[in-house]
Design a protein around this ligand. Structure first.
Ligand SMILES: Nc1ncnc2c1ncn2[C@@H]1O[C@H](COP(=O)(O)OP(=O)(O)OP(=O)(O)O)[C@@H](O)[C@H]1O
Ligand SMILES: [Mg+2]
Length: 341
């Protein structure tokens, strides 16, 4: 049930360009983590390094007692079976039908019979809403459909670790909500460890247990969701509030004089918005790393921003929590309203 990934002092360079350095974090087993960061900070490079497609210049990636950065090619091939990866561009084979694209890992990595493969492929295609599009080529479908096909392919081997690079880019808001719910449901059902790269602030605020932010060639922060969502760090505030005022500029980080000019103009990064409730599994079960809303804040003596943990229907989940937990202990009881949205 999910495995922990421990990254220690990881550094990646291309030639003389350092993409990021000294990155250390632990993706807790069976939890969902989100990685944020301005464009070009190396999020995609980070995911590719985690699966061993790119070699880091320094550091370690521990999966159990195996260090992925030191594994011989044959062992790396075996270890990759633990991963399901959705690449940013979908990375589908252009000349293969969606069915064959999605079946590819099963044919490559298992000895399953075609009948079994067909059942698995159709099950995953249904899961991502692509039934009926089996015979289509990637060039014949929309960008959002390609994303979902890539996601179906990432899931066919029932991976312990699921890495998704911008699963929601190119999706409409409704499909983004479906994909987010699918991640939370999958996580509760199969217990896989997730790392999701996204630019969608709403997803980043509601889906994960942990959030990390890459900035200026470093991991600026990585920690429990409530820690990031209540953080006073200017770069975190700017990112999560999607503001132009703050250390992140259009092309790169702003220089000191720009920041001083902004400070003189009296721009502040804005008040912290309320922390929304976490997205819950749709069948009413608990998330694997379930904690009461605000538990981390209370444990650390931090006041939640006003209006936190109230869902769109006006339910205050801090008050609702004891009833929700009690309902979970009933065999088939669903929470009122299906859980926080
Ligand atoms: N194979 C490569 N060789 C050389 N440079 C690369 C390679 N892959 C990525 N880079 C460089 O690494 C940097 C980070 O790229 P990456 O694609 O990881 O950014 P990102 O954070 O995923 O951005 P976005 O949010 O736009 O997807 C960029 O400057 C890019 O040009
Ligand atoms: Mg990217």
């Amino acid at each position: 049930m999910g495995v922990e990934i421990k990254v220690e002092g990881l550094t990646k360079r291309f030639g003389r360009q350092t993409i990021w350095q000294d990155v250390s974090l632990t993706l807790p087993a069976g939890e969902i983590s989100v990685l944020l960061g301005p464009s070009g900070t190396g999020k995609s490079v980070f995911l590719k390094t985690l699966v061993g497609l790119l070699k880091p210049e320094a550091g370690h990636i521990w999966i159990g007692d195996r260090d992925l950065t030191r594994l011989p090619e044959a062992d790396l091939y075996e270890t990759r079976k633990l991963f399901g990866v959705l690449f940013q561009d979908g990375a589908l084979f252009g000349s293969m039908s969606l069915f064959d694209n999605i079946a590819f890992p099963l044919r490559e990595h298992t000895k399953k019979k075609e009948g079994v493969i067909k059942n698995i492929v159709m099950e995953k295609m249904e899961l991502v809403g692509l039934l009926g599009a089996e015979a289509k080529l990637p060039g014949e479908i929309s960008g959002g459909m390609r994303k979902r096909a890539g996601l179906a392919r990432a899931l066919v081997l029932d991976p312990e670790i699921i890495l998704c690079d911008e699963p929601d880019s190119g999706l409409d808001p409704v499909r983004t909500s479906y994909i987010n719910q699918l991640f939370v449901d999958l996580n509760a059902q199969i217990g896989a460890t997730f790392l999701i790269v996204t630019h969608d602030i709403n997803s980043a605020r509601t889906v994960p247990d942990h959030i990390g932010l890459l900035f200026q060639r470093h991991l600026a922060m990585f920690g429990p969701r409530e820690m990031l969502l209540s953080s006073d760090e200017p770069v975190v505030r700017q990112f999560l509030n999607a503001r132009t005022h703050g250390p992140i500029g259009m092309s790169e980080e702003k220089d000191l004089s720009e920041l001083e000019a902004e400070a003189k103009m009296g721009h502040d990064p804005g008040r912290l918005p309320p922390i929304p409730p976490q997205l819950m599994p749709s069948d009413g079960r608990a998330r694997l790393a379930q904690a009461a809303p605000g538990a981390w804040l209370r444990a650390n003596g931090i006041q939640a921003p006003p209006g936190s943990f109230i869902d769109d229907a006006g339910v205050n989940w801090t008050q609702e929590w004891p009833r929700y937990v009690a309902a979970q202990q009933q065999p088939v009881a669903a929470p009122p309203g299906g859980g926080p949205q």
